[in-house]
Design a protein around this ligand. Structure first.
Ligand code: SF4
Length: 676
């Protein structure tokens, strides 16, 4: 059976993995995503993303208003960021930090008057991006010959200050040769070795494998620069080298005489495709011996790949000094030669936390090492896990002691909400989220709340209760209030609920009741005529029952008592305009002011005898009356229409008498005159 050897460096590199994860993260957050060019040089993965709605655009002008534009790991010229900013396009920058470092070098070189030389493919997007960050003279060379030609053609002086960088995927051997030429031809150079470690290692391993194997399979996109380079490197040593994108392209004849087959893969080749290729090869080579098949199912391929790529230092705690803060990750120095990174998803369990708000350069963070990759020179770290380890102990302790904890409501989910406490996610069921079931839990989103841990379940699951804290606080306030409350005390309370017989008012931890008769001086049918739930009202304590813990409250004000108003305004003899409000057999009741009605006795309705009040009056009619008697103790007022009619009649009689006398006098005078 042929021996299949998988390169340890096969699979996504750090930068590609980061870019792909960034796209999936955005999709998981419900964002609409487009990428500036395919996110990686792998048609299968690009197609998968396309099926999830990820569009490929060629420029920021094509970005729709609700889309996030992801800049792929190759990076782009500075002008693209500027254009996106001008257009108001949202950007997620997945430029690989190793590429960003080159951008910085060339920008600084230009600012310092140095000419920039870039070793690479001038048409490759990464190189186009690098050129777009240079601020002065800039040349690209593909090999030593082109490098020498700049001097020969007089484009660069041999003593001109130059800074040299390479495309991250530049061929390692070629780079070594170019460095020799640089030292020979140019006298004032600064050389920056910017070939990515992952690339260099991948090429180195491919070279060694291809020297040992009879056949080489290179898996990756045909447009991928680093995959093509791997294929070139392998082809030099092994003529039986084949570049494939998927397992379907494998041909049995490639392996007929091969006793060992090497498999390498580009930096943008998904693990699933590599796994498929290996399975297909294994099946094809040993069809009859099931037990000899490579058993990738026992350990998932991703796990096997991870294991080969990484040395794990799980849970090792370190301090990290923040070097750079981006929207999706932090770069930290942990005092090792590798670059440390904390992805946004590893910073906090709370998805609402923004790195740019939460951290600044110079901060020192407590972190846990998740994965060290010596080949790429990276360390992936997690603050979330550090917090979770430390936080969980506190949560367990709080559940035992009953201590109330403080956290921010992160999400309203089915059946309740989640709160984060020092990185630990606590679930609070809806029934435990508010003091009353009628309260809306949506209002709690983003709020800081106090809660108790009421249950610890298996699988590090903690259940909390806000209601437990609210109940305790209420009990404490209640006890405190009962220690001091006295009849006559005034409170600014909140109307909590209404019944047919009164209104319950929250005095701040304790409820009291205002009886319907205490709500208004006038007769009302329902408390809602005067107050509504949620109203803030001033009340006073009318009576207390400490044993039954009942408080009766008063609401209506003494100075608004209508009898007081009446007393201060009217007296017996006053003439008032009143409105008839009801009638009985013995008279009609008329409203003098709201809350004070008087009786017009049937004998006082007219200046003659009538059978019933309705003969002269009707409900709602306004009439002038005289107040004939007031009994404040019995709250009775007697009114009379007749008194006014009598007065009017006597006045009319007096007037008539006056006129008659005048007429008699006039007649007498006339008679006297006639006699004369
Ligand atoms: S090959 Fe290196 S530089 Fe390029 S994306 Fe991967 S990690 Fe970054």
């Amino acid at each position: 059976m042929s021996n299949i050897i998988l390169a340890e460096t096969a699979g996504f590199c750090f930068g590609v993995n980061r870019a792909v994860e960034m796209v999936y993260d955005l999709l998981n957050k419900g964002e609409k995503v487009c990428t500036l060019g395919p996110i990686i040089h792998n048609p299968q993965l690009v197609e998968e993303l396309n099926s999830k709605g990820v569009r490929i655009v060629e420029s920021p002008e094509e970005v729709l208003q609700d889309e996030v534009l992801v800049i792929r790991s190759h990076g782009v010229p500075r002008a693209v960021f500027d254009q996106a900013e001008t257009l108001g396009a949202k950007i997620a920058d997945a430029t690989c930090p190793f590429v960003s470092k080159i951008h910085k070098i060339v920008a600084e070189a230009g600012e310092n008057g140095r000419t920039v030389l870039i070793a690479g493919d001038r048409d490759h997007k990464e190189v186009v991006g690098i050129i777009g960050h240079s601020k002065g003279k800039c040349f690209v060379f593909a090999d030593e010959t082109e490098l020498e030609s700049f001097v020969i053609n007089g484009e660069i002086e041999s003593n001109e200050p130059i800074s040299v960088v390479s495309q991250t995927t530049f061929n390692n051997d070629m780079w070594n040769n170019c460095q020799k030429t640089l030292k020979k031809v140019y006298t004032n150079t600064k050389i920056f070795d910017t070939i990515c470690n992952a690339t260099a290692k991948r090429q180195q391993e491919s070279k060694l494998l291809s020297q040992q194997c009879d056949a080489m399979i290179v898996i990756g996109g045909r447009h991928s620069s680093n995959t093509k380079k791997l294929s070139e490197v392998c082809s030099v040593n092994c003529l039986n080298t084949h570049l494939i994108e998927t397992a379907d392209e494998l041909k049995c004849e490639w392996f007929s005489d091969a006793s060992s087959i090497g498999v390498v893969a580009g930096a943008s080749t998904p693990a699933g495709i590599i796994k498929e290729v290996l399975k297909t090869m294994s099946d094809a080579l040993t069809p009859e011996k099931e037990e000899q098949k490579v058993n990738y199912d026992e350990m998932t391929f991703e796990e096997a790949l991870e294991a080969s790529l990484s040395s794990l230092n799980t849970d090792q705690k370190v301090k990290g000094y923040v070097l750079a803060v981006g929207p999706t990750e932090l770069q930290v120095d942990i005092g090792r030669k590798q670059a440390g990174f904390v992805a946004q998803s590893e910073f906090s369990s709370d998805p609402n936390v923004k790195l740019t708000d939460a951290v600044k350069v110079g901060d020192i963070l407590d972190l846990v090492i998740m994965k060290t990759n010596d080949q790429e020179g990276t360390v992936m770290l997690s603050k979330r896990r550090f917090d979770a380890i430390a936080g969980w102990d506190k949560v367990v302790a709080a559940s035992e002691s009953g201590e109330a904890l403080e956290g921010t409501v992160s999400e309203i989910i089915k059946g309740g909400l989640t709160v984060y406490y020092t990185g630990v996610r606590i679930f609070i069921p809806a029934s435990q989220a508010t003091a009353s079931r009628s309260d809306n839990i949506e209002d709690l989103k983003g709020k800081t709340v106090n809660f108790k841990v009421i249950k610890i379940e298996r699988g590090r699951r903690a259940i909390g209760s806000i209601r437990a804290v609210l109940s305790q606080l209420r009990k404490e306030s209640e006890n405190k209030l009962w220690e001091t409350i006295a009849v006559g005390d005034k409170f600014n309370g909140t109307v909590k609920s209404l019944t047919g017989y009164g209104a319950f008012v929250d005095l701040g931890g304790v409820d009291g009741m205002v009886h319907i008769s205490e709500l208004s001086w006038q007769r009302i049918k329902n408390p809602s005529e005067i107050v509504s739930v949620g109203d803030k009202i001033e009340v006073y304590v009318k009576s207390l029952d400490a044993e039954k813990r009942k408080i009766s409250l008063g609401y209506k004000k003494a100075d608004e008592n209508p009898w007081e108003v009446f007393k201060n305004t009217y007296s017996a003899g006053s003439v008032v305009n009143v409105k008839v409000v009801s009638m009985t057999a013995y008279g009609a009741f008329a409203r003098i002011i709201p809350g004070v009605d008087g009786l017009i006795h049937i004998s006082q309705i007219a200046d003659r005898r009538i059978d019933k009040p309705q003969d002269e009056l009707s409900i709602g009619q306004e009439v002038n009356v005289q107040i004939t008697e007031i009994d404040l103790d019995k709250k009775r007022v007697s009114l009379s229409i007749r008194a006014l009619l009598d007065t009017q009649t006597s006045e009319e009689t007096a007037e008539e008498t006056k006129e008659e006398t005048a007429e008699v006098k006039a007649e007498a005078t006339t008679e006297e005159n006639s006699a004369e």
